[in-house]
Design a protein around this ligand. Structure first.
Ligand code: TXA
Ligand code: MG
Length: 344
């Protein structure tokens, strides 16, 4: 039922792009690649079209969507004003993995923003996404194209596994690059606040506009996150995931203890460290030398664990610098906050 368009070269694939864009104009939902993860797009001006996104994903209706644009002219009508710091960030990072929360303008469907007075907007840095938005000539509301609760999709196959039969089409433009979602930054306050760590780091933002704050809920337990989406369980594989702080030897001890109880155990590690372990399934996720490679493969690896009938997964932790913040944010959510710490 769900149509697939293979797009290997944007210029040569114009008929496919045009058809996908036409379906969006007709208020159908279509998945397409962005530089971060695949998005599930619909006409941001149509309540009916946007409702189909919530329906297909099983997304709670209080969780607002990001509106995607391809040109700056599309921004003005979506927002009330563009503060100076937002302007600087747009110049520095768009197109790119930075979503700005701004005061909402007129006309956007009510369900896009889940009734909030603000709207989240970004310009994705992917030729296929940009071509579809430009061709549809509409702002496109698009959450990640996964079933709610699952890891975000970084390939068209992931989208197909989750949403085949539930959406009109999927544009297959290959694997995405960044691998984790955009940084969500609230620009409605004097000092902007990071609501979700992502592809653009706090350090990068501060280089352009000076001090940026971080939603306290991201750093401490027990606080309600300011971004509605972050309160939900997310990214979790079927087997119970634990993060392990400490060295490979300590992680291997956890594995042995579970094996002794007859459990089937998986390990999430890196290409360098995989040789240190013995377990039922060992999946390397990028290189310790390059956190962006870990981000790029994280969701694919979390999904891959579901192909084995595991009881428990132990994951290494990663330094919380640069994109490591986003990696640890997603892994912590996937683990439901469960961390095993080496006490020596
Ligand atoms: O990289 C990305 O951002 C991907 C690609 C497809 O663009 N999209 C994505 O969308 O991750 P989604 O819906 O999975 O996550 C959007 C996040 C949610 O946590 C949502 O609560 C938050 O952005 N959000 C959206 N509008 C908001 C608003 N007005 N205020 C605060 N948070 C908002
Ligand atoms: Mg999502």
């Amino acid at each position: 039922e769900t149509k697939k368009w293979l797009v290997e070269n944007v210029n040569l694939s114009f008929p496919q792009i045009k058809e996908a864009a036409m379906w969006i104009r007709e208020n159908e939902v279509v998945a397409f690649p962005t530089e971060t993860v695949y998005g599930l797009g619909a006409n941001a001006y149509s309540y009916e079209a946007v409702a189909k996104i919530f329906q297909a994903k099983g997304r709670p209706s209080d969780n607002p969507l990001i509106v995607h644009i391809a040109k700056m002219e599309q921004l003005q009508p979506l927002v009330q004003d563009i503060p100076e710091h937002a302007n600087k960030l747009i110049n520095a990072f768009w197109p790119g993995p930075l979503t700005l929360v701004l005061n909402k303008g007129e006309g956007i469907a009510e369900n896009v923003t889940a009734g909030l007075s603000t709207v989240a907007v970004r310009m994705p840095d992917h030729p296929v996404a940009l071509a579809i938005i430009a061709e549809a000539n509409l702002p496109i509301a698009a959450p990640s194209a996964n079933v709610s609760g699952k890891p975000s999709p970084t390939t068209a196959a992931h989208v197909f596994d989750d949403l085949n039969g539930k959406i009109a089409g999927i544009v297959d433009g290959g694997a995405t690059g960044v691998g984790v979602e955009s940084t969500v930054l609230d620009c409605t306050t004097e000092i902007p606040m990071i609501l979700r760590p992502g592809g653009v780091t706090k350090e990068q933002l501060e280089e352009v506009i000076g001090p940026v704050s971080v939603d306290p809920a991201l750093e401490e337990d027990g606080q309600a996150p300011k971004s509605p989406g972050l309160k939900y369980k997310h990214y979790a594989p079927k087997a119970k995931l634990f993060l392990v702080e400490g060295n490979p030897l300590f992680l291997q001890q956890q594995v042995l203890a579970e094996k002794a109880k007859g459990k089937k155990v998986g390990i999430l590690t890196t290409v360098e460290n995989q040789v240190e372990y013995e377990a039922d399934v060992i999946l390397p996720c990028g290189s310790v030398k390059d956190l962006s490679s870990v981000a790029q493969h994280l969701y694919e690896v979390l999904r891959k664990f579901d192909e084995y009938d595991l009881d428990i997964i132990f994951s290494e932790t990663f330094p919380e610098e640069g994109v490591g913040k986003a990696i640890m944010n997603r892994l912590t959510k996937a683990a439901g906050g469960d961390v095993v710490k080496c006490k020596i």
